[in-house]
Design a protein around this ligand. Structure first.
Ligand SMILES: *Cc1c(COP(=O)(O)O)cnc(C)c1O
Length: 394
């Protein structure tokens, strides 16, 4: 019934697995029949804290009883403390709050372009941002304008100009693409939607050095990789490749409310003056209270440390299955991609059958099964999930 209603009254832009979730807690969800599943997708990293984390729910309930929305026309008592926490955790001295990840990316595009014109001195309307092939940064028209996934663009033109695509992980190609018009380089530290693609060692540090030498903004999209997912607070910390700015989203909302932000230091963020940019809901007191709780839980429960330890453990268990169907196991922390051999067929049917075995995950890029459970998952739950995975891949 819920499925047929959604199919009848909704747009057809998703192809969900055929289960109907009606309840969730921690790393588990239950369907309308009361069957339990281990969530190994975590809403693409929006559920790093797990479902319905008690401290985040308490902060939300508390805030709902006071004030939920003011717009930025007035101050609210939650936004300042949230931005201070975000600054402490991100290491950037300013944050611009938005709602969705795509909006945080759009905000970054505006910041980088304006910096290019007003600070670097690139001629108005000519700044270029270099991006990587196989990227995913969201679904707005401007963002899909630089997607290399044909389906994401098909029929949606005309597109936004000003982007140059280079192969991911190739420092020489990036160096060759930089011109006097280049204002920024936008990359994912690990390409999540692209199939959990980890760049070669030294790549991000190399991009950092190149951007400094060429006076170009180095921007990392940490929306999926950030907030503990890869075993560090930020995925750039694996290489000490501190960028000039980051986009953050997904888990910033603690799994309960959309919260995103673009974070940068003064030199970049101060290109914005009152009226240049905004969002009706961005930075609202409910979002700020939830975001603050999400950041506190992340740090105090050392979710990054959990991701590191459990990630090593889960990767090892997957390798020990020794499945002939598996071509490669890769990833960092609890962002793990299992690439199937061509002759094992596409990943989707595996995910459908894993669902019937009580494990929820999602195929990406045809041949890759992504395992990205909530960072609060227990070792026992990992063990339970792996039993199902082993049966499926045997
Ligand atoms: C999910 C994601 C986005 C887009 O976030 P939305 O909240 O869906 O708009 C952008 N960048 C990356 C790397 C993502 O994983």
């Amino acid at each position: 019934m819920p499925i047929s209603l959604a199919e009848k009254f909704g747009a057809n832009n998703y192809h969900p697995l055929p289960l109907v979730v009606s309840r969730a807690e921690g790393a588990c969800v239950w369907d309308t029949e009361g069957r339990r599943y281990i969530d190994m997708l975590s809403a693409y990293s929006a559920l790093n804290h797990g479902h319905r984390h008690p401290r985040i729910l308490a902060a939300m309930r508390d805030q709902i009883d006071r004030v939920t929305l003011t717009s930025r026309a007035f101050h609210n008592d939650q936004l300042g403390p949230f931005l201070e926490r975000l600054s402490r955790v991100s290491g950037f001295n300013r944050g611009l709050p938005m709602n969705s990840g795509a909006e945080a990316v759009e905000t970054g595009i505006k910041a980088v372009r304006k910096w290019g014109e007003k600070v670097k001195g690139v001629a108005p309307g000519t700044g270029e941002i270099i991006v990587a092939a196989n990227n995913f940064h969201g679904r707005t028209i401007t963002i899909i304008s630089f997607s290399t996934e044909q389906q994401y663009r098909d029929g949606f033109g005309p597109f936004t100009p000003g982007f140059v695509v280079v192969p991911y992980g190739d420092l020489d190609a990036l160096a060759a693409a930089i011109t006097p018009r280049t204002v920024g380089v936008l990359l994912e530290p690990i390409q999540g939607e692209g199939g959990v693609v980890v760049p070669p060692p030294g790549y991000l540090a190399g991009v950092r050095a190149l951007c400094t030498a060429e006076r170009v903004i180095f921007w990392l999209d940490e929306i999926q990789t950030g907030l503990g997912r890869t075993g560090r607070l930020w995925a750039w910390q694996h290489e000490d490749a501190r960028p000039d700015c980051i986009s953050v989203g997904k888990a910033l909302g603690g799994g309960v409310y959309p919260v995103s932000a673009f974070c940068a230091d003064d030199a970049l963020m101060q290109v914005f003056a009152p009226g240049d940019h905004g969002s009706t809901f961005g930075g609202n007191p409910l979002a700020a209270a939830v975001g603050s709780a999400a950041l506190d839980v992340l740090v105090e429960e050392d979710l990054a440390g959990r991701a590191e330890r459990l990630g090593v453990y889960l990767q090892q268990l997957i390798r020990e299955i020794g499945s002939p169907k598996v071509a490669e196991v890769r990833g960092r922390g609890l962002l793990i991609g299992v690439e199937l051999h061509e002759d094992a067929g596409p990943a989707r049917p595996y995910c459908e059958r894993l669902m019937t075995r009580g494990v929820l995950c999602k195929d990406t890029h045809g041949q890759v099964i992504r395992f990205a459970p909530p960072l609060v998952i227990s070792r026992e739950q990992v063990d339970q999930a792996i039993v199902a995975v082993a049966k499926e891949l045997a």
